[in-house]
Design a protein. Sequence first.
Length: 360
Amino acid sequence: MSLRLDRVGRTVAGEIWLEDVSLQLAPGSLNVLLGPTLSGKTSLMRLMAGLDRPTRGKVLLDDQDIHEIPLQRRSVAMVYQQFINYPSFTVFDNIASPLRRQGLGRAEVDRRVRETAAMLHIDGLLDRLPAELSGGQQQRCAIARALVKQARLLLLDEPLVNLDYKLREELREELQSLFAARDAIVVYATTEPAEALIMGGDVVVLSEGRMLQHGRTIDVYRHPASAEVARNFSDPPMNMIDGRVDDGVAVLGAAIHVPLTHHLRGLPPGRYQFGVRAGHLSIERRTGHDVAVPGEVELAEISGSETFVHVHHSGVSWVVQQAGVHTYALGEPVRIHIDPARLYAFGEDGALRAAPERSG
């Protein structure tokens, strides 16, 4: 099966939900939809599944309009972020329900249900009702019901968002193995850049119903086509500062002078927007080429084994991601260290002009 979206758009009550999206997804591919809430991920998935009709353009399964294919022949399965299970059905019956609708025999239904349940480690829960399961077990049941169909198009709309961190990490690894063993087109939606990177495959970056960039996930991360993509594909969002290039030097903000070395060397004079990810800034000097920027601490957020330090400098707020737990007083003077080799440069139109040679 191939899936093609040809200049698809959707307008609801005069409001544009999706605009001019074109995609070609191949069998066996993993495709991540990345974007914030209301960026169009769910709307796009519903069009892919044929649940909604596009206002413009076409959704084609094997070059046939999806709405011309009877529902039972579409070979599509979808998993939502909510734990959607039939409350009066046991886990076995929940997983078996799509197979019974297909009219499969009892022995085949039993074999496939138990095989799929075992892959998701819920084979010992088949006699329980959903209310007797934990949140993670309920979501495994919902995922098993989608997988057991062996659909050729599998859509997962933020399926792990309601689980705790440990469960999300565990189930994400299991899903990657399951996807790799199938020849289906998998489309996986997330709001989290880190999850997109972990899942790998290809990524579609969405914002306000528009497709900003599509390509191999790691390539899009390293070479965002625009400042908007860079902000969306960084967590926290990429630090941005206006600047200019003049006389062989980049001037960031009012007076941060950065030499044009490495990938920045070829930038012609003009106005730019420079960007750097939070993890590529530091409070301590890392290299002999670092440029030090004085500032004051606005906030220090401790998140597990990392600390996000918000620093103010000449009207610009920077976020520095530090490994470990650190405490800073409000207003405490610090120095941010910028490695010029980590800087991105975007033109006045927002398009990428220069990307770091090492940007992991």
